[in-house]
Write a new protein. Structure first.
Length: 99
């Protein structure tokens, strides 16, 4: 009989904390697995969006740079043509003067 009382008493002492309600503050710092997964996906999406924006910015900068270089080449070409035209005109004038 003493053994059965001792067994029952031990069972009650061990089972009571397991059946106790959780305090409100317990587990607030821990995220559920679903929340962690959602946060991880959101972080990945943010990183992917940032990479896409960076790539677009680099492409735009490259395009602007290419346009500037093309404009400079055109300007140089026009300047060379103008200089050549002036040389031809001055050459004609001196040839006419010699005749």
């Amino acid at each position: 009989m003493k053994i059965s009382y001792l067994t029952i008493l031990t069972a009650l002492l061990v089972s009571s904390p397991a059946m106790a309600e959780k305090p409100q503050w317990a587990g607030k710092d821990k995220m559920a697995a679903e929340q962690q997964e959602a946060k991880q996906k959101a972080d990945e999406a943010t990183e992917q969006a940032e990479r896409a924006v960076k790539e677009e910015k680099e492409k735009a900068e490259k395009k602007v740079k290419e346009k500037k270089e093309k404009a400079n080449r055109e300007m140089d070409k026009q300047q060379n043509m103008k200089t050549e035209q002036e040389r031809k005109e001055t050459g004609k004038g001196s040839e006419q003067g010699h005749q």
